[in-house]
Design a binder for this molecule. Sequence first.
Ligand SMILES: *[C@@H]1O[C@H](CO)[C@@H](O)[C@H](O)[C@H]1NC(C)=O
Length: 229
Amino acid sequence: MAADEQRNHPGDLEAAPRPSAFLVPHSRPPKRNRSCFCKCRRRTILSPIAFIVAVAATFGILYLTLCLIDPNDPKYSVNRLSMSAFSVDKDLNVKAAFNVTVTATNPNKRIGIYYVDGSEVNMLYAGTRLCSGEFPVFYQGHRITTVMALMLNGQVKVGSELLNALQEQQRTGMVPVSFEGRVPIKVKIGALKIWKVTARLNCDLVVNSLSVSNQISIKTSTCKFRLKL
Ligand SMILES: *[C@@H]1O[C@H](CO)[C@@H](O)[C@H](O)[C@H]1NC(C)=O
């Protein structure tokens, strides 16, 4: 019996590794499941971290790029104003022609500005457009100040209240007018020319009078600038 047992045992022992060898793969799936479970858990834990790292890196690069580019709004001012025509006929048609001297400054050291076709500038009195013109088409390089004379022409029919208000203000020597512009521009950063955006320019002026005779004196002038993407 003992010999048989001994005989059997080695046989069992020999046979045992085989099933166990076969069992090992069988015993692996739970391990795999476990490891997959761990991996999956790790993935779900890692992915928000990876996401945050990616977002932080993106913002970091953007921030550094912006620091390097250091963008500043261009500056505009209306320096001189004169009229070559200003008349009102009996039907209350106002004919006006302005010569507006505008100074445009590009303060950027890495951004160039292309002023492109399709601009419109207007001179308004009490919300009524008296005349309009265009911005010149040109490229303004880094840290350049450009002085330009814009010629505005127009004819508009107005109400008698508007003319009465204007006459009253002409007497006091304080006539508020606004000069506004919609100017399409293309921004150039290094060699990269970026898509067209519209620059909106709005200047509130108070002048002594609207008249053809002599140069109009500008009492106050404030210009605002914003970009419409
Ligand atoms: C417009 O005004 C500017 C500056 O005062 C002047 O140099 C220019 O000759 C004027 N242009 C016209 C057509 O009157």
